[in-house]
Ligand binder design. Sequence first.
Ligand code: MG
Length: 476
Amino acid sequence: MHWLRALPFSVMTLGACVSARDPRPPHPPNVILIVTDDQGWADLGCQGASSIATPRIDRLAREGLRMTDFYVAQPVCSASRASILTGCYANRVGISGALTPSSRHGLSSAETTLAELARGRGYATAAVGKWHLGHLPQFLPTQHGFDRWFGVPYSHDMWPFHPDGPKPWVDLPWMRGESVVAYNASPSELTRACSEEALAFVRECAATQQPFFLYLAHPLPHVPLGTAPRFAGTSSYGPYGDVIQELDFETGRLLDTLEELGLTRDTLVIFTSDNGPWTPYGDHAGSTGPLRESKGTTFEGGVRVPFIARWPGHIPAGRVSSAPAMTIDLLPTIARWIEAPLPELAIDGVDIGALLEGALDEPAPRPLFFYYETNELQALRYGRWKLHFPHQHRFTDEMPRASGGQPAEYPVRGIELALFDLARDIGERRDVALEHPLVVAQLRALADDMRARLGDSLTNTRGTENRAAGVVDDER
Ligand code: MG
């Protein structure tokens, strides 16, 4: 299979920045997993943003590894988060789309989350920010391995004051554990509040010398936007840029706190986003740079996100990798680092720790990635090649640019079978299927195998390995 050979993986090493590997044997690190909401691939200085300043996150990238071809498993909130926390394609665990305040389902108690693995190893565990894997009591973070939780149960636009007009939704609860502590908190307070909670948790763990796993899922820059007053108007990008700059500042505070507590070298810090930007919101949304389309689509703009990992002494500093990887890989990777067993039920992710630790001459752990939207298998990537199957999608690239926080209407269009060479065509513009019939045939065969396992509603294929979400009437 000649087309398998010339994979585009490369790791560019910036010699001056590389730190020596720590001679000490690895020991389980603390883990901080920062996930922003709807942040675009291009919305960091280190990812090419010119009108949004992110000096602290850029520095984090210089001190660790930045991956240019990092993916979420689905381009929308709940499905993406299910994959982050379980290591599974979201449709394997029965979660799709974005749950709403009227949803009666959530992440099943049969699934094993990263928090449960960490807690099993004696870690203190905290979820801070947006959950979105079920707002009913049996689905909350405290039922999925987190000792504590402080945040919103779903997106903060799911309240009576939706930017798109009034919605029949209840007041938005702000929760601590399983109790509501406030309703309808201003978006301008959310980033700071999450940051304060994260800092308090880290300080408590340091004081008790307990290892910790912090899942810091900032509700922003998802709309509706807001910042603390000091950040308003600070970015020439507009309100969205202001939000990113506040997130950068608060990320810096967290990193400074680690340093103050002497925990920098003992802590793995990961920074990523749950899906691409919600571009119908115009200047209230981020940018995909050269990538096609945005949130809600399986084009690169919907599923490719920023990714940075820093663990001094174990992840060499100053590298940029174009090896593809996905959020489903985080659970098995972190599981090995914290010496936790893998979940008993099947997962989809693989351990990419060797790649992160700098084993540059090893082949990519798994060059094959599937892109589902709900239960539609819309595309897959193998190495440099990405094949789209015929499907309908949001067509966002040529919308008029909205402003002021109101979304533009986006048309829906269809794409026929199309093959793109991501090594030459990052924007998925030139269909080369006719030039590479063997590649198309091989990728189709790989897709058929996946359909048999996880199904595909585009082809009315039922999978044999799908598991059910938790449904309220089925549990307790
Ligand atoms: Mg999102």
